[in-house]
Each structure stands twice: as structure tokens, then as C-alpha cells.
Design a protein around this ligand. Structure first.
Ligand code: FE2
Length: 363
């Protein structure tokens, strides 16, 4: 779009602050099939932290933990547990992106920084997002090294990939009353538009409800749903997240697979726990979504959900939280035309999430 004042090329990476990056890297490698490609730490001259860059398809995660007790990263982990700190977006021009965002009200946390080494120049700039989460603009077109200056390639074995191809969307949970603030922030500061809007009428069960707005960049490459809790009879899953994360933050990252059955079969083999929907979900499936290419018995077997809208259908599944706190989890999604988010599955899924929430004594 010619009037896109802040053009975005796509997701560059997501950085997690974790308690033990070495062990986290092992988990993302052996369980989720990410390949460790680069590392920064004492051996590369970085004195205060260790970071592992993990890749699969176009998905790039960076896992970072710090050495000292008073380090910002250590304090972040003490407060939030393991979680997403940085959502990094590739932009053609960091300086211009920061200037536009700042002019429109963004809080700049790190002005344009051009880091150089023998591989070229790596440019970044950071703005504040919800809670302690930040957006980082990245321009790596003049950088040819492994990830960024300070990193060295890892001669890693890596396990077999499971077919995760790209980031589809990244969801943030915010406090009641903040969803509209952040939706407007995406519009005004980043030039995104509101793709979809769900009210608590769309997404509710007997116990809990949530409201959600999906924000999308000018090209439709990056999608950010924002959830806020709605009044329910008991504590909503969004409130549970906010209580345990101690503030707003990233609830889940959805990743595309071209063959979700194969991906989920492999992840199940590697002991990933997925949310289960009641078996009755599949009895009503055909009626709800019509003809699909996949075998319903296989979907039932694997616990994969299906939803349809006017553009087509999608298959999706959600993992259980990937740390002890009931906070961050992942979604695997395979799209067949649908640009939606599985609204028809929310209710079936909520029943399932609430069953788990009740088991944790939080409902
Ligand atoms: Fe999602």
C-alpha cells in the first residue's frame, strides 16, 4: 500500500527471556524440532547473557538468559517466568520506522542502533508494547553473519524438524479495558488495521468470556490478536494468564504447518501435551464444517480442531502451557483458504481449557 507509513516485511524473530537458555534450547530442539543455528555468550565476548538462535522453516526464536541476579533479564524472569520479551519485525528502514512510530505516540526504548562486525551492519530500534513486551524493528539487509553481531554459528546436530513453517499470528493478553487502547495503538502508531472483532457474545462459556480484536499490517503478513477478559461467572483464562504472568504479555504464538496431521503426530511422539476437546466435538464436525480433505477419524485421533468461514477452512491445535506457570502456549495451524482464527472452536476449546484450569484449582 502506498499510504503505508510504516511498511513491514514480516516477522524477523521472537526473543524469549528464560531462566535457563541452554535447557530451553534443548527443549525447542528435541521437542519442537528447531535447529540451533547460532549462539552468543561468554565464548563470543558477551559477558552478561547467553542467547541461542533456533530456526525451523521461516520461524526464528531467540532464547536468552542472563548471568547476574540484578540483570534486567533475570528480573524479567523473576516477575513473569519464561516468556516472550521481544517481537521483532523486519522493516526496510529502522530509522524511518522509529521516527514514524514516535511521531504517532510510541515510546522509544532503544533508538536506532547500527551494530557492526566483519559480516556487515545490523540495525535495530525498539519501542514499548503491552506490559514489559517490546517491538523491535530489524533491518538485516546489510548483514551477512549468523543472526547478529556477537553471535557465532553452532555446529549443531539438531533433531528432525516437525514441519513448522512460519509464524501465523501472535496473541497478546491485556487487562480488562485495555484491548481498545492497544487496537488503536496498532492503528495509529504502526498503521495496522482491525481485521476482526469478537465480543464476549462470540466467545463465552458458562464460566468465562473474552473479547478479542485482530490487528493486521498493511500487507497482511503480520497478525496480532489482542484479548481482554470479559465478565464471567468465574475467573476467565485471560485473568488466569494475567495473574500468573503478572501483567499483559504474549499468550500464544501460532505457527503454520503444511501438514498439521504429520506435525501433530510427531509432536505427540515427542511428548507435547495438547488441549483435548470433548470427543463429542467430532460427532458434530461434519455438520458444522462440511466437506474437508482430511480424515475425521485421524483428526479425532490427534485432537485437531476444524473451523470454516466464507473463505475456506482451517485446522488448528493448541498446546498446553510450555512452562509451569499457566501462561505461554503454542498453536499449530493449517489454512485452507480461511483467514480466520477458529472462532467456532473457541467455545469447544474453552470448555477444555476450563477443565484444565479447574484441575489447577483456579476456576
Ligand atoms: Fe491463535
Amino acid at each position: 500500500m502506498s499510504d503505508d507509513f510504516l511498511p513491514i516485511k514480516g516477522y524477523d524473530h521472537v526473543e524469549f527471556y528464560v531462566g535457563n537458555a541452554k535447557q530451553a534450547a534443548h527443549f525447542y530442539d528435541k521437542v519442537f524440532g528447531f535447529k540451533p543455528v547460532a549462539k552468543a555468550g561468554l565464548e563470543t565476548g558477551v559477558r552478561d547473557r547467553a542467547s541461542y538462535v533456533m530456526e525451523q522453516g521461516k520461524v526464528r526464536f531467540v532464547l536468552t538468559s542472563a548471568f547476574g541476579p540484578d540483570h534486567e533479564i533475570t528480573r524479567h524472569c523473576a516477575l513473569h517466568g519464561d516468556g516472550v520479551k521481544v517481537i521483532a519485525l523486519a522493516v526496510p528502514d529502522v530509522e524511518a520506522a522509529l521516527a514514524e512510530a514516535k511521531k504517532r505516540g510510541a515510546t522509544v526504548l532503544q533508538p536506532t542502533c547500527a551494530a557492526e562486525d566483519e559480516h556487515g551492519t545490523f540495525v535495530t530500534g525498539t519501542i514499548k508494547y503491552a506490559g514489559d513486551t517490546v517491538f523491535r524493528f530489524v533491518d538485516r539487509k546489510r548483514y551477512r553473519g549468523p543472526f547478529a553481531p556477537g553471535f557465532r554459528p553452532i555446529a549443531a546436530r539438531g533433531s528432525e524438524p516437525v514441519g513448522l513453517a512460519a509464524i501465523d499470528h501472535i496473541v497478546t493478553n491485556v487487562y480488562l479495558g485495555e484491548m481498545n487502547y492497544w487496537a488503536r495503538w496498532f492503528e495509529e502508531v504502526l498503521g495496522f488495521r482491525n481485521l476482526l472483532h469478537f465480543t464476549d457474545k462470540d466467545i463465552s462459556t458458562e464460566y468465562s468470556a473474552l473479547m478479542s480484536k485482530v490487528m493486521e499490517d498493511g500487507t497482511g503478513k503480520c497478525k496480532f490478536p489482542i484479548n481482554e477478559p470479559a465478565e464471567g461467572r468465574k475467573k476467565s483464562q485471560i485473568e488466569e494468564y494475567l495473574d500468573y504472568y503478572c501483567g499483559p504479555g504474549v499468550q500464544h504464538i501460532a505457527m503454520n504447518s503444511a501438514d498439521i496431521c504429520q506435525t501433530v503426530r510427531e509432536l505427540r511422539k515427542r511428548d507435547i501435551d495438547f488441549l483435548r476437546v470433548p470427543d463429542t466435538y467430532y460427532d458434530l464436525l461434519k455438520e458444522r464444517v462440511g466437506d474437508i480433505d482430511e480424515d475425521v477419524d485421524e483428526l479425532r485421533d490427534l485432537g485437531i480442531l476444524v473451523d470454516r468461514d466464507e473463505d475456506g477452512y482451517l485446522l488448528q491445535i493448541f498446546t498446553a502451557p510450555v512452562q509451569d506457570r499457566p501462561t505461554l502456549f503454542f498453536e499449530v495451524i493449517e489454512r485452507h483458504g480461511s483467514r480466520g482464527f477458529g472462532i467456532g472452536n473457541f467455545k469447544a476449546l474453552f470448555v477444555s481449557i476450563e477443565r484444565e484450569q479447574a484441575a489447577r484449582g483456579n476456576l
